[in-house]
Design a protein around this ligand. Structure first.
Ligand code: GDP
Ligand code: IMO
Ligand code: MG
Length: 470
């Protein structure tokens, strides 16, 4: 049987999901996006070191036999999608027959972008990506939205679009005092884009069913981060979709009981783009240093990201809300120069100490983080691929976090490229790689390899005597 793995951002986004999904795709038959839209910016590197930022296309696209599916939970901008496809083709990445789009995806249209911009220009801005995400989900929930399948039916598309235009133009002109959007122009543009998109419209449920029956491994790729979830995040400073694990089922039509692993991706520290509470935020020189070293600027908007210490209180809630089975820990290398490192282990509120965050944001705003301090390692971990070569201080930091969040850390990431990782557990087989290293006394994790996980498994088999190749 194949494994069905959900990969989620375990913080406020930009944790390095793209890199990790790309890495896990080495052994997968398909990668499926299930929520969000082109507010996402998932960075990965081709084997030749070319940087690619994906927005709507799932992060399996570099592996040329892997299916890339866009599930019904995604809000789909035809314009953004075609621009992205163009870019990928310019990088020499083949997309033939591999990208499939659910007919039930909601269409994200120019009205949504105009409304997002109008709202974000006012006093109540929450720092959205201004891509129209919120207004597109509003139309979906209000049951007046258009869907990808409408692109196949120009006559009814026109009728629905004109009705929608009347409504949105009223709001744009009368409430926001903005210029209206020409419905005929939007219609013509959709008609001109439709022939490139309609061949990719496919019943995703059926594709998933077939792949599952064939025993393929499937990766469900989350966008944003679970603290940006519309229900469970720091409302209203959130995105407009459910970003938590449950959305992998509702956003694809693949039932919850089929999932085997739910992996969270977290940075060694925390970042947040846009407004909203951030208990461990660093507004001092250390925060600046982390931001500079970590290149903490949004991959979609270029905005600077706010930085803070790792927050085990928030993470406990994240583990619980998503039933995470393992954690990937990225950007460990960004701490290489720090003398001391802090971890938030609790929140003090009046005379109480919280181990998980209060859901009342007013109380959260009054909470004071309780920090534990640990010595830094002050040497380079950049690109390390072997657990044994990590400085003891780095190993202690990782062990302490695993202890606080009570789930295993399955992969450490030590640089932006695919092979800059230290696999600790094989997610596909759940075997403990570090234990195997110690048991075999064999430093077998390969350097600079294209298929690191496959290599690791081969070496593991070699160490156990089951394989006699080189
Ligand atoms: P995503 O939205 O979760 O896919 O993350 P982004 O692509 O928005 O941001 C993560 C950034 O960190 C990207 O520029 C990655 O190339 C980079 N990155 C990922 N993992 C590591 C790591 O372990 N070390 C360093 N230095 N950079 C990393
Ligand atoms: P990836 O997938 C980080 C944030 C925005 C804003 C809030 C609402 O790359 O991790 P929206 O445009 O969604 O209505 O904005 O959500 N946000 C992200 N922050 N990474 C992302 O995506 C984000 N997508 C949205 O900054 O605070
Ligand atoms: Mg991102």
């Amino acid at each position: 049987m194949g494994k069905n793995i959900i990969v989620l951002g375990a913080q406020w986004g930009d944790e390095g999901k793209g890199k990790i999904v790309d890495l896990l795709t080495i052994q997968a038959g398909a990668v499926i996006r299930f929520q969000g839209g082109h507010n996402a910016g998932h960075t990965l590197y081709t084997p030749k070191g070319k940087k690619i930022v994906l927005r709507l296309v799932p992060s399996g696209i570099i592996h040329d036999k892997v299916q890339c599916l866009i599930g019904n939970g995604v809000v789909f901008s035809p314009e953004a999608f075609l621009a992205e496809i163009n870019e990928l083709q310019m990088h020499g990445i083949s997309i033939d027959d591999r990208i499939k789009i659910s007919p039930a995806c909601s269409l994200l249209l120019p009205y949504h972008v105009a409304l997002d911009n109008a709202r974000e220009s006012g006093a109540k801005a929450i720092g959205t990506t201004r891509r129209g995400i919120g207004p597109a989900y509003e139309d979906k929930v209000a049951r007046r939205g258009l869907r990808v399948m409408d692109l196949k039916h120009p006559e009814s598309l026109k009728e629905k679009l004109f009705e929608l235009a009347e409504y949105h133009n009223f709001v744009l002109t009368q409430y926001y005092h903005q210029a209206p959007i020409d419905a005929l122009k939007v219609f013509d543009e959709l008609l001109s884009m439709a022939p490139k998109i309609t061949p990719m419209i496919t019943d995703i449920n059926r594709v998933l069913y077939d792949l599952h029956r064939r025993g393929e491994n499937l990766i469900f790729e989350g966008a944003q981060g679970v603290l940006l979830d519309i229900d469970l995040g720091t409302y209203p400073f959130v995105t407009s979709s459910n970003t938590t694990a449950g959305a992998a089922a509702t956003g694809t039509g693949f039932g919850p009981r089929y999932f085997d692993e739910i992996i969270g991706v977290a940075k060694a520290y925390v970042t947040r783009v846009g407004a909203g509470p951030f208990p461990t935020e660093l507004t001092d020189e250390i925060g600046k240093k982390i931001a500079e070293r970590g290149h903490e600027f949004g991959s979609v908007t270029g905005r600077p990201r706010r930085c803070g210490w790792f927050d085990a209180v928030l993470m406990r809630q994240v583990v619980l809300a998503n039933s995470l089975s393992g954690m990937v820990f990225t950007k460990l290398d960004i701490f290489d120069e720090l003398e001391t490192i802090k971890i938030c282990t609790g929140y003090r509120y009046q005379k109480e100490v919280f181990n998980i965050p209060p859901s009342d944001l007013q109380i959260l705003a009054e909470c004071e983080p309780i920090f534990e301090q640990m010595p830094g390692w002050q040497s380079s971990t950049y690109g390390l691929t072997d657990y044994q070569s990590l400085p003891i201080e780095a190993r202690n930091y990782i062990s302490r976090i695993a202890e606080l969040i009570e789930i295993p850390i399955v992969i450490l990431s030590t640089g932006p490229e695919r092979d800059q990782i230290i696999p600790l557990k094989d997610i596909y087989s759940q075997s403990d790689l570090v234990f195997d290293i110690l048991a075999s006394q064999n430093k077998y994790i390969a350097y600079g390899e294209w298929s690191i996980l496959a290599k690791v498994q081969r070496k593991k088999a070699f160490a156990s005597g089951a394989y006699s190749g080189t």
